[in-house]
Write a protein that binds this ligand. Structure first.
Ligand SMILES: C[S@@+](CC[C@H](N)C(=O)[O-])C[C@H]1O[C@@H](n2cnc3c(N)ncnc32)[C@H](O)[C@@H]1O
Length: 120
């Protein structure tokens, strides 16, 4: 299966990402150690994403409220938010994490989006 979820990726980057996937699928690491060794298989861009979400989370630490993600797809950010909540504010029971998705991809524009975005 081809993996190409990075936008603006070069062919080399796509090839490398596919190689990471193959390495993970064929990993010799025992199952009970696999999750702890995931850094072996995380491309730089995806690790950068994790660092970015961490940085964003730190900015809300003194701000009460919930976290909402509009368009959560598989839920990677939801999982990161939950992990970061556990690290930074494990006793904040008001910090709910809420995700929305169509689970059908982008389904079109609303009239309110206007002509610029393909609306009426
Ligand atoms: C590019 S993905 C990003 C997923 C996620 N933020 C991430 O970083 O992994 C965009 C997601 O938005 C969802 N989506 C698109 N239009 C939507 C809408 N109008 N309402 C809710 N979800 C929407 C799609 O189904 C898709 O899962």
């Amino acid at each position: 299966m081809e993996v190409n979820v990075i936008r603006n990726s070069t062919k080399k980057e796509i090839k490398n990402k596919n190689a990471f996937v193959e390495l993970l699928r064929n990993s010799p690491i025992p199952e009970n150690e696999l999750l702890s060794n995931l850094p072996l298989y995380i491309p730089r861009q995806d690790f950068t994403h994790i660092l970015l979400v961490n940085e964003i989370y730190q900015k809300i630490l003194n701000t009460p409220g919930v976290i909402m993600e509009f368009g959560c797809r598989w839920g990677r950010n939801m999982a990161l938010f939950e992990t970061l909540r556990g690290i930074y504010e494990p006793y904040d029971y008001c910090r709910k994490i809420i995700g929305f998705d169509t689970f059908e991809g982008f389904i079109g524009f609303d009239e309110k989006d206007g002509e610029q975005w393909g609306g009426c």
